[in-house]
Design a protein around this ligand. Structure first.
Ligand code: MSP
Length: 649
């Protein structure tokens, strides 16, 4: 059997899992299931990346040792995947012994062959980004991401001779057009390779600066750093170099990443493999970002979508379907609950759900729930069969190339075609005319096509697919399916078997109501006394942890513009610059105390990681801090002007 090996990036454990991680892992799971149905032997790997400065800092912020800290977050990632119906074959952590050994073996091999050397390097180091910046990359002498001044560090380190493999890599990419896909990323990498000489890669950190890493086997004073550690996980998990899995699944590897880590995967990794004498992987598959209202999801913007919340609200089937259907693989896509609800109602409830409901209930009404035996085939039947063959062909071809949106669009030609087929053949009229032969054929054509649809949907919506098949009286075993044969085979659904009466897999859902605005009100005495009680309680021991406090991200912002809220007298729409690309809009209950002119140009403190919400139809992306003093209100503001975006701590 043809082997298929798929990997996700190993995720950093300095942040909790969000929609972006969930998407990549769901894609990997769907691809694995698809390849299983194509009768291929599969191996699906995910895991966590646990070394480096960022992790040490995150552990310190949480008052934990690095090991304690990474154990906690890694376990959280691991536990999420079954909830999202992702069935990985292995879960790798870079702090595991097996990985440390593989990294050290490969480092030694490359060192022995002369491709690792000791040299001096000086540069502007940003601790936030964990990387060196060149003079040119800095903006006003500061890190463009963190707006902090990097430290100039000059130190001796080990370097990998990546430059040596530039021509080989270019040639390899040119000769293998689907080595990096979609094409736009292949072109991006080729133009990067064309634009100048590839630099050698610094692969170590002195232990005096970082100990949380894998020790170099040829120098005990250094640890290896980031990519030379992380990328090798893809080999460790296969038991490189002697394991059975390595022999079976390498180089049939499909790496899956978002565009943020294109360069390490497209340039560092193949050259590292070449230097270690390992064949290059087969494909690098690169997807775009999930955006929230046109901005990349990020923890500091407070616009992170929690995958479990989506799953709990809309169900795992609809969530997975939406992610695969909505994003054109390779391009960015916007996530919104409105769009999810829209797809759920249109594609799943209306098209697919209706087809199942109508057909199952007609089978009960006209045949007591038994699958009828088809009789003669007529023109409409031949037509819908052709639509089915084309739909399945498109689906399989597109899925194979990671083009999920087009694959599903293709399959829906059949779903919609069948709904039309019901309208055209009008089974209720056939029953009235007592044309039972024709009615048997029509119902059989519908049920057999529904079986095909359900099988094809298993990679995307495993649970729903199995339930649909169960409703059709079929017990499903993926190992017995050969999807490629489904295109031409007809009649696997057995006449005489029984089907369920109804199917309610995809009920329509309503968009959740936005939380109503809370008008700024004078507190009544009752509330005041409750508040006082709360304050007393907290002094009696109900403290919050330091960690809770650090969850609140407060930044100084400069007010650029202020308008009155069109529908609420007490609210103002404040445009405030907090050091990001775009200013934010905050809806603030300040209109009773400040005119727009009072606020313009002032510096305020903004809570920036509050979940954005609509207040009387206006989006509020944060909260401005103010102090109430009797009937008066004062703003919290720094004692001297600071750059917008500075963190309050
Ligand atoms: N640890 C490295 C990867 C090492 S692989 C040898 C890393 N980790 S990460 O936690 O930052 O994960 C990045 C990956 O998470 C992306 O490549 C992508 O798979 C996923 N995503 C994170 N945010 C995302 C979006 N907003 N949109 C889509 N995918 C995103 O980089």
């Amino acid at each position: 059997m043809e082997p298929f090996y798929i990997t996700t990036p190993i995720y950093y454990v300095n942040a909790r899992p969000h929609l972006g991680h969930a998407y990549t892992t769901i894609v990997a799971d769907s691809m694995t299931r698809f390849n299983k149905l194509m009768a291929r032997e599969t191996f699906f790997l995910t895991g966590t990346d646990e070394h480096g400065d960022k992790i040490v800092q995150a552990a310190e912020n949480n008052n934990m040792s690095p090991q304690e800290y990474v154990d906690g977050i890694s376990a959280e990632f691991k536990a999420l995947w079954p909830d999202l119906m992702c069935e990985n074959d292995d879960y790798i952590r870079t702090t595991e012994k097996r990985h440390v050994k593989t990294v050290q073996d490969i480092l030694q091999k490359v060192y022995d062959s002369g491709d690792i050397y000791f040299g001096e390097y000086g540069g502007h180091y940003c601790y936030g980004c964990e990387r060196f910046y060149t003079e040119k990359e800095l903006v006003d002498g500061k890190c463009p991401d963190h707006q902090t001044k990097p430290e100039y560090i000059s130190e001796k380190n080990y370097f990998f001779k990546m430059s040596k493999y530039q021509d080989w890599l270019k040639d390899h990419i040119q000769k293998n057009p689907d080595f990096i896909r979609p094409e736009r990323y292949r072109n991006e990498v080729l133009s990067l390779l064309d634009s100048g000489a590839l630099e050698d890669l610094c692969i170590s950190r002195p232990k005096s600066r970082l100990t949380w890493g894998i020790e170099l086997p040829f120098d005990k004073d250094y640890v290896t750093y980031v990519w030379f550690d992380a990328l090798i996980n893809y080999l460790t998990a296969l038991d490189y170099p002697d394991g059975e899995n390595y022999k079976e699944f390498w180089p049939a590897a499909n790496h899956l990443v978002a565009k943020d880590i294109l360069k390490p995967h497209a340039i560092f990794w193949p050259t590292m493999l070449k230097a270690a004498g390992v064949e290059p992987y087969q494909h690098l598959n690169v997807h775009g970002y999930w955006l929230i209202k046109d901005t990349k999801m990020s923890k500091s913007l407070g616009n992170v979508v929690e995958p479990l919340k989506m799953k709990d609200t809309y169900g795992i089937n609809a969530f997975r379907y939406f992610l695969l259907r909505e994003m054109s693989f390779g391009q960015d896509a916007s996530f919104s609950e409105e769009a999810l609800v829209g797809r759920l109602n249109a594609d799943l409830a209306n098209d697919l759900g209706n087809l199942f409901n109508r057909t199952l209930s007609m089978t009960h009404k006209y045949f007591g729930g038994e699958v009828p035996t088809p009789v003669n085939e007529e023109i409409e039947d031949a037509e819908i069969k052709k639509i089915g063959r084309d739909a399945m062909k498109t689906y399989q071809a597109m899925f194979d190339e990671f083009k999920f949106s087009r694959a599903l669009e293709g399959l829906w030609e059949l779903v919609r075609g069948l709904n039309k087929y019901i309208d055209v053949t009008a089974p209720w009229a056939l029953k009235k005319e007592n044309d039972m032969d024709r009615l048997s054929t029509v119902i059989y054509v519908l049920l057999e096509n529904m079986r095909k649809i359900a099988v094809h949907l298993w990679p995307v919506m495993p649970a729903a697919s199995e339930q649909m098949l169960e409703q059709l009286g079929i017990s499903f075993d993926p190992r017995k399916v050969d999807l490629s044969k489904e295109i031409d085979v007809w009649g696997l659904l057995e006449s005489g078997s029984t089907v369920d009466k109804t199917s309610n897999l995809f009920p329509r859902v309503e968009m959740p109501e936005p939380e109503p605005a809370k008008p700024v009100k004078e507190e009544n005495t009752d509330k005041k006394s409750k508040k006082k009680k709360k304050a007393d309680e907290s002094q009696n021991g109900e403290y919050i942890e330091f960690e809770d406090f650090t969850k609140v991200d407060m930044r100084v912002g400069t007010v650029l513009d202020v308008e009155k809220h069109p529908d609420a007298d007490r609210l103002l729409l404040v445009k405030v610059e907090v050091g990001e690309e775009e200013p934010r809009q905050v809806v603030a209950g300040l209109a009773d105390f400040f005119s727009p002119e009072d606020l313009k140009g002032r510096q305020v403190v903004v809570v920036t990681n509050l979940k954005p919400r609509k207040l009387r139809k206006q989006l509020s992306q944060g909260m401005i801090l103010a102090v109430k003093n009797g009937d008066d209100m004062q703003l919290l503001t720094p004692s001297a002007e600071v750059s917008p975006g500075c963190k309050v701590s």
